[in-house]
Design a protein around this ligand. Structure first.
Ligand code: G6P
Length: 438
């Protein structure tokens, strides 16, 4: 039986993930669940409720919530990391500062993503170091954002660490694909995909017998994007519906592939800015929606001492985390999309780039599968974007203003070096508590 540490115990996603783990105990037996966060008050809200949820469902599982790294990281097999450096308050600024300059305001794309990356590198490295000190055999399954920059930072700064970076967006989109196709599960499909994190394309979707499912998907996507009318999904509010719909325009520019929805920020930034509200950004929606709901439910459970009547639900889509942990623990060789060093998998692309590609995962870690040569359109876009990610990490390591300005300027979301500098200067001021001195 395994011991799990959730790093970022105070996350709004934590209860859903705990319920998901409790639902999968037959596949992935657990003896202990621990929470770690640097914000005790926030973590306590979630932990007080989760302790009750765990006791009710499986009293044999030990539970501990702590802000002490030694207590947290000792005797752990898997660290599930979903931290948000700066919390939603800083996400709000990541979104609103670029918007003030007429540029896309988004938590992982463009200047907002760069700002968030600069905040996340230090805390992620700290988590890896704690894990290596107190549980050197453990694996870290990381889905903290911005995953692309975090992955590049860990490649540069802790190249031998046992961290695997994984993103839920392709999984979310594949669930929509499965629904479009009338399949029960995304696991009924075999896919080929390549790109960077939040920046990639499917090149093949087949069923288990090898039948090509792309024509049917393309027909739907050309008209409705990835929209499907179901409430069962994690991403099911108006803002996400718009994102899923916009996929039809991303698809239009390259109908040989199916796109990741995040490409809308790079290919249609004008549309995104026009449809953004600088006074009420995504962070505001999440704080007023998910955060209020989850924390409200948690407080009710803690007060009542029971989860009866609670409306928290299993984050079923997060079961990919169990799939990944199982692959490492039981050598299942499951085929999964991970963010790994390219190392020749994409033949005509930077060997040192962190790319998102299918891998077979076993107890030694991931074995990336060969992608081959990619077309000029994707290669051009990816080279531009990977340069942003690499320059951010260099800027963080060297404390270089110039490199961060260059990163900001290269981003496809930013129109000029002048605008890049104006946004950068505002972001420096907003982030002085979090960024290294430049
Ligand atoms: C997707 C992405 C995550 C991102 C999340 C934001 O799941 O893959 O990287 O954090 O969307 O969703 P939100 O509801 O917080 O805007």
């Amino acid at each position: 039986k395994f011991s799990i540490l959730v790093a970022g115990g105070g996350s709004t996603y934590t209860p859903g993930i705990v319920l998901m783990l409790l639902d999968n105990l037959d596949k992935f037996p657990i003896r202990q669940i621990k929470f770690y966060d640097n914000d005790k008050e926030r973590q306590d809200i979630v932990a007080n409720a989760c302790e009750i949820l765990i006791k009710e469902r499986n009293p044999e599982i030990d539970f501990l919530a702590t802000t002490n790294p030694e207590e947290a990281f000792t005797d752990v097999d898997f660290v599930m990391a979903h931290i948000r450096a700066g919390k939603y308050a800083m996400r709000e600024l990541d979104e609103k500062i670029p918007l003030k300059h007429g540029v896309v305001g988004q938590e992982t794309c463009g200047p907002g993503g760069i700002a968030y990356g600069m905040r996340s590198i230090g805390p992620m490295i700290e988590l890896i170091d704690y894990m290596e000190k107190y549980s050197p055999n453990a694996w870290m399954l990381n889905y903290s954002n911005p995953a692309a920059i975090v992955a590049e930072a860990t490649r540069r700064l802790r190249p031998n660490s046992k961290i695997l970076n994984i993103c839920d967006m392709p999984i979310g989109i594949e669930r929509h694909m499965a629904t479009i196709l009338g399949l029960k599960s995304r696991k009924d499909m075999t896919i080929k995909y390549y790109g960077l994190n939040h920046f990639g394309w499917w090149t093949s979707v087949t069923d288990k017998e090898g039948k090509d499912l792309m024509p049917k998907l393309k027909e739907h996507i050309a008209q409705h994007g990835y929209n499907v009318n179901l409430q069962m999904y994690q991403h099911n509010d108006a803002s996400w519906n718009d994102t899923f719909m916009k996929a039809k325009d991303i698809y239009a520019i390259d109908p040989t592939t199916l796109p990741n929805t995040y490409l809308k920020y790079y290919l249609y930034p004008d549309y995104v800015v026009e449809h953004s509200d600088i006074n009420y950004s995504r962070a505001n929606m999440v704080m007023d929606g998910r955060e209020k709901f989850v924390f409200g439910e948690c407080k009710k459970i803690a007060e009542a001492g029971t989860s009866e009547g609670c409306e928290l639900h299993i984050d079923e889509h997060a079961s990919y985390i169990v799939d990944l942990a199982r692959a490492l623990a039981y050598n299942t060789k499951e085929r999964m999309l991970l963010i790994v060093e390219n190392n020749g998998a994409i033949e005509n692309f930077d060997k040192t780039a962190m790319v998102e590609i299918p891998c077979l995962v076993g107890c030694e870690g991931p074995e990336p599968l060969t992608v081959g040569t990619i077309p000029q359109f994707q290669k051009g876009l990816m080279e531009q974007q990977v340069s942003v990610e690499k320059l951010v990490v260099e800027a963080w390591i060297e404390g270089s203003y110039t490199k961060l300005w260059q990163a900001m300027t290269i981003s496809k979301t930013v129109p000029s070096a002048k605008v890049a500098k104006e946004i950068l200067d505002d972001l420096i001021e907003a982030n002085n508590e979090f960024w290294p001195e430049l």
